[in-house]
Design a protein around this ligand. Structure first.
Ligand code: HEC
Length: 148
């Protein structure tokens, strides 16, 4: 008969696995930013829009990601890194000067649309970032500015 592992040995195994996966860290080296390349600077966003977009979009769509403590803990760190990489591959507001006028237009329209539909910022982000749960007024302000 096969012996069932004890609760204790299961817990110890899980603990070892948890410690072991911490070895695979994610790269959080700060990326040098140039303010002249920034979306909000180049598009001359007013201060209230700047502040809001920086706090609700820039963690995933810029080189100015602010990493919370749990972003250093695997496997959460891997999952967050996936979001950030995917988000930045779609639009990175820190390198706005590298997009063509047509791309800029498309990205601004898409941003307005995604905010309208409440798809951006993404749901899981809103759970951990209370300030990212936009009010109707905030949503309107961003959409109106993006569509200007
Ligand atoms: C927690 C991370 C996160 C935050 C915060 C976030 N995004 Fe995103 N964004 C993503 C990810 C991930 C994708 C890629 C979605 C996909 O294709 O599955 C994306 C995609 C996009 C796209 C491109 C859509 C496409 O398919 O071309 C735009 C535009 C965008 N986001 C704008 C915004 C704006 C504007 C904000 C702030 C209001 C914001 N995002 C906040 C993660 C985020």
């Amino acid at each position: 008969m096969i012996k069932r592992p004890s609760k204790r040995s299961v817990l110890i195994t899980l603990l070892i696995v948890f410690v072991a996966i911490q070895m695979k860290t994610t790269d959080k080296t700060p990326i040098k930013i140039t303010p002249e390349s920034d979306f909000l600077t180049l598009e001359e966003a007013p201060p209230d829009v700047t502040k809001l977009i920086q706090s609700v979009c820039y963690d995933c769509h810029s080189n100015l990601t602010q990493y919370p403590w749990y972003s250093h803990v695997a496997p959460v760190s891997w999952w967050l890194e996936g979001h950030i990489n995917k988000g930045k591959s779609k639009v990175n507001f820190s390198i706005w000067d590298t997009y063509t006028p047509a791309q800029k237009d498309a990205l601004k329209n898409e941003s307005a649309e995604l905010i309208e539909k409440k798809w951006m910022p993404i749901l899981t982000y809103k759970i951990t970032h209370a300030d990212a749960r936009l009010t109707e007024t905030q949503r309107r302000m961003l959409i109106d500015w993006l569509k200007e």
